[in-house]
Design a binder for this molecule. Structure first.
Ligand SMILES: [Zn+2]
Ligand SMILES: [Zn+2]
Length: 104
């Protein structure tokens, strides 16, 4: 799986195949390990919840070149993953500053 392939999958509406590829599944496990299998937004709120989704901070369809970049991934629970997508919240994994201007 390389960037050209990912771009092709986006263009042809077959991005689902990216999520089935070995490279992604391995990287996903690395992200979960790095984040101690905890939702990073729950963690920021002082709660503990295991990871349901590994989220791309810069969306794959906008930044295919960052699809397999560990620094572009953040582990979230089901609830927070939905919330991020619904509200279009911009996360910042590097600084762990994930609330930015959002009011909760
Ligand atoms: Zn959460
Ligand atoms: Zn996501």
């Amino acid at each position: 799986m390389n960037v050209d392939k990912i771009r092709e999958l986006i263009a042809t509406g077959k991005l689902i195949q990216f999520y089935k590829c070995k490279a992604w599944r391995q990287l996903r496990l690395k992200a979960i390990e790095r984040d101690d299998n905890e939702c990073q937004m729950c963690k920021a709120l002082g709660k503990v919840h295991e990871v349901d989704n590994v989220h791309h901070i810069e969306e794959v369809k906008d930044f295919p070149e960052r699809a397999l970049d560990l620094n572009n991934l953040i582990c979230l629970c089901y609830y927070h993953h939905n919330l991020v997508h619904e509200r279009g919240i911009k996360l910042n994994n590097k600084e762990k500053k994930i609330f930015d201007d959002e009011k909760w």
